[in-house]
Design a protein around this ligand. Structure first.
Ligand code: AQP
Length: 362
C-alpha cells in the first residue's frame, strides 16, 4: 500500500520532562508497531511545553532528547514524519481559528485542566486552559484518522471531534441544505452512519478517532498507585524514565508502593501490585491471569525484582541509543528539518482551505 492509501495516524508527546515508562507503554511503544500500517506523523509538542515556565537551555535539551528517544524507541524517520510542532507555524494559526470557535464551558470541563490548574492558585496560565484547542489543531491539520493515546487524552480527542463537526457544519455549504447533504453522502458512499461523522466534499476536517491500548493505557505512579505516572511529578521516585540507569530503575521499582498483604492477586484492591503486573503484561504480551498464576506462592519482592529486570532489559538499549543520537547533532538536525518540510506542506494545505472558507485573504 502506498502512503497516500494508508490511513493517517498522528501522535505527540510534550517535552515537559524526561520521558517516562508511562509515556513509553501508553504511547510510543504502540506508535512503533502501528507505523508499519499507517501513514504516520509523530512530533514533539514544544509549544505545549510552554504552559509551564522552564529554563530555555533545559527546554532545548528536553526537546532534543525527546526527538532522539523517538528514534531510539524504534521510529524510523525514513518511514514516518518526525518533527517539532514549533517548526510548523500552521499549528499556532489554526489553534487561534479554533479558539474563536470554542466555548469557555467545554474547555473548563477538561479534566486535565482541572487537575493541572490546581497548583496555580489564582494565577492559572491561560495556555493551560486553551491547550486542548492547540491539540485539536495539531490533529485536524493533518486530516488524521487515528490518534493513539493513553486514556488521559481521550477527552481531548473528543473535543477535537466536536470542533471538527462544528467547523464542517458552519463552513461547508453542502451541509446547509438537506438535499445537498444527501447527495454528498451518497457520493461519499455512506448513507448509514451519522451524517456528522462522514467526511463529505467541502468538509474542512476529517473526524479523528482515539486509539487506546488494551493494556497500559494508564500506568500509575510508583509512589501513589492511585495517581497517573507523570513526567512532571515532583517526586523523582514516582516514575521510571526511559533514560534512567539500571541502578535507578532497580531502586525505584523495588521501592514501589504496594500494600500490606503478601498474596499477588492483581485485583483492583491491590493498585500497586496491579500496576507492576500491567507493566509486565505490556512488556511481555502475557495475560494478567498467566502472570498472576506464575506468582502463586511468591512474595511481592519477587514481583518487584522481576519487573525491575524486565524494565532494565527494555530500557538499556533505548537509553544507550538515545545518548548516542543526542551526541549526533548533525543527524538530529537533518531529521527535524526533513520532518518539518514534509509536515509543513501537509499542514498548509488544510490551513489554506480553512482560511478560504473563513474569508481570510491569502
Ligand atoms: N501514565 C501514563 N500511562 C499511559 N500513557 C500515558 N501517557 C502519559 N502518561 C501516561 C500518554 O503519553 C502520551 C504523551 O503525553 P504528553 O506528554 O503529551 O502529555 P501527558 O499525558 O500530560 O503526559 P505526562 O507524562 O503526564 O506529562 P506531564 O507531567 O507534563 O503532564 C499521551 O498519549 C498520553 O496519553
Amino acid at each position: 500500500m502506498t502512503s497516500s492509501q494508508k490511513q493517517i495516524m498522528l501522535s505527540a508527546l510534550t517535552p515537559s520532562n524526561r520521558i517516562t515508562i508511562g509515556n513509553y507503554i501508553g504511547a510510543i511503544k504502540n506508535w512503533e508497531k502501528m507505523s508499519r500500517d499507517y501513514d504516520c506523523l509523530f512530533f514533539v509538542v514544544d509549544l505545549h511545553a510552554l504552559t509551564e515556565r522552564r529554563d530555555p537551555t533545559h527546554q532545548q535539551e528536553l526537546s532534543r532528547r525527546a526527538l532522539a528517544s523517538y528514534i531510539a524507541c524504534g521510529l524510523d524517520p525514513q518511514n514516518v514524519t518526525i518533527f517539532f510542532q514549533s517548526h510548523v507555524p500552521a499549528h499556532a494559526e489554526l489553534s487561534w481559528i479554533l479558539t474563536c470557535h470554542s466555548y469557555m464551558g467545554e474547555l473548563s470541563r477538561m479534566t486535565q485542566f482541572k487537575d493541572k490548574s490546581q497548583k496555580h492558585g489564582e494565577s492559572i496560565p491561560a495556555g493551560l486552559f486553551s491547550y486542548p484547542v492547540l491539540m485539536a489543531a495539531d490533529i485536524l491539520l493533518y486530516q488524521t484518522d487515528l490518534v493513539p493515546v493513553g486514556i488521559d487524552q481521550k477527552q481531548h480527542i473528543e473535543l477535537a471531534r466536536d470542533l471538527a463537526i462544528r467547523m464542517n457544519g458552519l463552513y461547508n455549504p453542502n451541509r446547509a441544505s438537506k438535499s445537498k447533504l444527501d447527495a454528498a453522502l451518497k457520493q461519499a458512499g455512506d448513507t448509514k452512519s451519522d451524517p456528522q461523522t462522514v467526511k463529505i466534499a467541502g468538509d474542512l476536517f476529517k473526524l479523528p478517532d482515539a486509539w487506546i491500548p488494551e493494556v497500559g493505557a494508564k500506568i500509575m505512579s510508583l509512589q501513589d498507585p492511585t495517581k497517573k505516572m507523570s513526567k512532571s511529578d515532583p517526586d523523582p521516585k514516582a516514575a521510571v524514565y526511559i533514560d534512567d540507569s539500571d541502578k535507578e530503575i532497580e531502586k525505584k521499582v523495588k521501592s514501589a508502593v504496594t500494600d500490606s498483604g503478601s498474596e499477588i492477586r492483581g485485583t483492583a484492591d491491590q493498585p500497586g501490585v496491579l500496576n507492576l503486573l500491567t507493566i509486565q503484561q505490556s512488556l511481555t504480551g502475557k495475560s494478567l491471569d498467566e502472570l498472576v498464576q506464575s506468582y502463586a506462592g511468591k512474595m511481592y519482592g519477587h514481583l518487584k525484582a522481576e519487573t525491575a529486570d524486565m524494565l532494565v532489559e527494555k530500557i538499556r538499549p533505548i537509553r544507550e541509543e538515545t545518548e548516542r543520537l543526542v551526541r549526533d547533532g548533525i543527524y538530529l538536525q537533518q531529521v527535524m528539518q526533513q520532518g518539518a518540510e514534509k509536515a509543513r506542506a501537509r499542514a498548509d494545505a488544510t490551513l489554506n482551505q480553512v482560511k478560504d472558507a473563513l474569508g481570510l485573504i491569502r
